[in-house]
Design a protein around this ligand. Structure first.
Ligand SMILES: Nc1ncnc2c1ncn2[C@@H]1O[C@H](COP(=O)(O)OP(=O)(O)OP(=O)(O)O)[C@@H](O)[C@H]1O
Ligand SMILES: [Mg+2]
Length: 278
């Protein structure tokens, strides 16, 4: 469970987070969605104790980040946005270092490494150097490493950035599996379909402010079920309909060319911010 109250972060003259309030429930998969520079990584860095907030409070599973910083950090696992594995060491060694940091003894470490590498489908690469792995394998290893100390809250900062569609889906399946084991997941992304597919609830973040928090289906339903894309000048301007027949009669009575499709989460973000997430 994650509770965030009136969180602010000011970097010199930049107000990067403005009065952020969040309550992520135990076992929930919460997606934090926003364009570049919105403040997603800053939020994750504060929630995992890597950056100090300017003001506000954070608690993880009831442990206040300021008052019980060790306890609250033990609750969480972090997969950062940039790959920070030790490239010259093997998969096994990278996992071992993390286990040592959390003071796991050898038997416990080795058991967990075996279990997690099999979980992320990397058992065959246990002895490989990290620099020999593909991008998708490195991301999976970062997820396995973050799970070494069995955290109850997992923070994933853009876990599929730069991966092809097939590998992205493989990681989605892995994230779902981790949630099904009871882990609370806080995920940032600017892949809108990732949030739509994975999240129980989504927050839209724009220039440090949370605009709305709701389920993907509620956010989409506010607009309609169907979107007609039409080109106006050089911009796509969708028109929304609740009823497919209504959309079809609109097409029949207008001479322009349209594309009919389902409303998606990008529409909801665009309607609220006037900009695309990506
Ligand atoms: N250490 C820092 N010092 C000064 N400004 C910073 C620092 N870290 C981030 N910022 C600024 O704070 C804002 C939010 O950055 P942040 O990295 O949290 O965004 P983000 O939503 O994660 O973006 P992206 O999608 O590009 O990863 C940006 O304007 C960024 O330039
Ligand atoms: Mg970021």
């Amino acid at each position: 469970m994650i509770k965030v109250q009136n969180l602010n972060k000011i970097y010199k003259s930049l107000h990067a987070l403005k009065d952020v309030n969040l309550h992520v429930k135990q076992g929930e998969l919460f997606a934090y969605l926003g364009p570049n520079g919105a403040g997603k990584s800053t939020t994750i860095r504060i929630l995992t104790g890597l950056t100090q907030p300017t003001s506000g409070s954070v608690s993880l599973n009831g442990f206040d980040l300021k008052e019980s910083s060790i306890k609250s950090r033990q609750q969480c696992g972090l997969v950062p946005q940039s790959i920070n594995l030790d490239q010259e060491l093997s998969v096994y060694e990278n996992m071992t270092i993390h286990g040592l940091l959390f003071r796991m003894d050898r038997a416990e470490r080795d058991k967990k490494i075996d279990e997690l590498l099999s979980y992320v489908d990397l058992s065959q690469r246990c002895k490989s150097l990290v620099k020999e792995l593909s991008g998708g394998m490195k991301r999976r290893l970062m997820i396995a490493r973050a799970l070494m100390h069995s955290p109850s809250v997992l923070f994933l900062d853009e876990p599929t950035v730069g991966l092809d569609a097939g590998m992205r889906r493989k990681i989605w399946a892995l994230i779902k599996k981790i949630q099904q084991q009871g882990t609370t997941i806080f995920l940032t992304t600017h892949y809108i379909e990732e949030a739509e597919f994975l999240a129980d609830r989504v927050a839209f973040l724009d220039t440090g402010t949370i605009l709305v928090i709701d389920t993907p289906s509620n956010l989409m339903a506010k607009l309609g079920s169907w979107a007609l894309d039409r080109l106006i000048d050089d911009k796509m301007e969708p028109i929304y309909f609740y009823d497919r027949d209504e959309a079809n009669s609109y097409i029949a009575s207008h001479k322009e060319s349209f594309t009919l499709r389902r409303v998606n989460l990008e529409d909801a973000f665009l309607a609220m911010t006037g900009k695309k997430v990506k």
